[in-house]
Design a protein around this ligand. Structure first.
Ligand SMILES: CC/C=C\C/C=C\C/C=C\C=C\CC(=O)SCCNC(=O)CCNC(=O)[C@H](O)C(C)(C)COP(=O)(O)OP(=O)(O)OC[C@H]1O[C@@H](n2cnc3c(N)ncnc32)[C@H](O)[C@@H]1OP(=O)(O)O
Length: 289
């Protein structure tokens, strides 16, 4: 399995769990629980996102993420991935606003297509995906959690999660909205999306946008324990079932990809939208001081 050290703050850490070889030593004389523990232990790969300072989705970061996910998907050693952040400030701040401000239509087209690619790869992944959400997670930053099979959020008031696009004067694309509806239901999504709600942990759990809230220092161990449960199910049965449930939602994007790109490009190119985004970005920078 490739070990990719982060370069200049951009990168991913992927490492098979286990000993130096990446796999724990075989245990032949112990009971079933220990045997199965080593079996699932090396079947999952931690994927740590690191695009300082806030894991925003720059085009370069998205491209690297897709390449790394493809490697994991094709490496039959792995049956699941625990995705977490290696940036102290955020799990992900979503779309990098500099990619969708002040650029040209060709750039917006390329950017949106790559974001769609990432969504499709994650949503239809054969692997078990668990998001270990150890920081704030806004708008496009929810792309990974909403396409995961299970979401664990750190119990910290800073760890807000939600699709807050309307607060930026934009609308979440339908392929962000659809998984949210699938997860929390229609009425709760209407409410959350129109008001651009960012949920603190207790509310996030109550509305169902996350499956578990645990103290920050237990996010990783909880993710490992949840992974054990998921990996106890035979892959072929789980994968067929996942595909059956998710394919109708994914097909909507596959079918309407080009129209969605055209809509995005014409929407984001409007002067009024550009102004809104620039003001939001400027406000983010001001808030710091
Ligand atoms: C017709 C319909 C068709 C299609 C749909 C149409 C349109 C959809 C279009 C776009 C959809 C976009 C979805 C998105 O994801 S938009 C991005 C939303 N993200 C956010 O709102 C999060 C913003 N960030 C924060 O809230 C905070 O930064 C934080 C909570 C993540 C961290 O807070 P801190 O106080 O710890 O750190 P900061 O000082 O705020 O940030 C550090 C640094 O990072 C910069 N930054 C933060 N977020 C972004 C970002 N998303 N993009 C670019 N840069 C970001 C921030 O400005 C600081 O920079 P400086 O250090 O000041 O340089």
């Amino acid at each position: 399995m490739p070990h990719l050290p982060p370069a200049q703050g951009l990168g991913f850490r992927m490492r098979p769990s286990g000993g130096k070889s990446g796999r724990p030593a075989a245990r032949s004389v112990h009971g079933v629980s220990e045997v199965s523990a080593s079996w699932w232990w090396w079947s999952q790969a931690p994927l740590q996102l690191k695009n300082l300072p806030v894991n925003s989705f720059s085009l370069e970061f998205l491209t690297e993420l897709i390449i790394n996910l493809e490697k994991l998907e094709n490496d039959k050693t792995f049956r699941g991935i625990i995705i977490t952040s290696d940036c102290p400030k955020a799990f992900s701040a979503g779309v990098d606003l500099r990619e969708i401000c002040g650029k040209n239509p060709a750039h917006y087209t390329e950017y949106w297509k790559v974001l769609q690619d990432l969504w499709l790869r994650l949503y239809l992944s054969n692997l078990v995906l668990i998001s270990a959400i150890n920081g704030p997670c806004a708008a496009g930053g929810c792309l990974i959690p909403l396409t995961s099979d299970y979401r664990i959020l750190a119990d910290n008031p800073k760890c807000l999660i939600g699709l807050n696009e309307t607060r930026l004067g934009i609308s979440a694309p339908f392929w962000f909205k659809d998984p949210l509806v699938n997860i929390i239901g229609h009425r709760a999504s209407e409410h959350a999306l129109q008001l651009g709600l960012l949920f603190p942990p207790a509310e996030a759990l109550q509305v169902g946008i996350v499956d578990k809230v645990v103290p920050k220092d237990q996010v990783q161990s909880t993710a490992l324990s949840v992974m054990t449960q998921w990996l106890a199910i035979p892959d072929h049965a789980r994968q067929l079932t996942k595909n059956m449930i998710r394919k109708p939602t994914a097909d909507l994007l596959v079918k309407h990809r080009d129209t969605d790109i055209q809509n995005f490009v014409s929407f984001i190119s409007r002067d009024s939208i550009q102004k809104s985004l620039q003001m939001y970005l400027a406000k983010l920078k001001q808030n710091k001081d």
